[in-house]
Design a protein around this ligand. Structure first.
Ligand SMILES: [Zn+2]
Ligand SMILES: [Zn+2]
Length: 86
C-alpha cells in the first residue's frame, strides 16, 4: 500500500519524476525497472560467483576469491587425513 502511494507521489510531484541508473545515468519510470536494468547490465558478474570446486554461490567476487583460496589450501594439505572445518 505504501509503495503505490510512493509511486503516485513520484509521478505527480515535480521533484524527480524518474529514477536514474547510477552507472549509466539512463532514466527509468520506477525503481523496479531500474533494479532489473542494474542487475542485467551492471551486475551480471553476480551470476558468475559459483565456486567451481563445490558449487557454492558467493555473495561477491572477493568472497569467492577468499573461498577459492581455502580450496587451494585444502589441496596443498591434501596429504593430511580429513580436515574437519565447520
Ligand atoms: Zn545503467
Ligand atoms: Zn567451494
Amino acid at each position: 500500500m505504501g509503495l503505490i502511494a510512493f509511486d503516485m507521489f513520484m509521478f505527480s510531484g515535480d521533484s524527480k519524476p524518474y529514477v536514474y541508473c547510477p552507472y549509466c545515468e539512463r532514466k527509468f519510470v520506477n525503481r523496479y525497472n531500474l533494479k532489473v536494468h542494474v542487475r542485467d547490465k551492471h551486475e551480471d558478474s553476480t551470476t558468475n560467483l559459483d565456486c567451481d570446486v563445490c558449487g557454492k554461490t558467493m555473495r561477491n567476487r572477493s568472497c569467492l576469491r577468499v573461498h577459492m583460496y581455502h580450496h587451494r589450501k585444502q589441496v596443498e594439505h591434501s596429504d593430511q587425513p580429513e580436515t574437519t572445518t565447520s
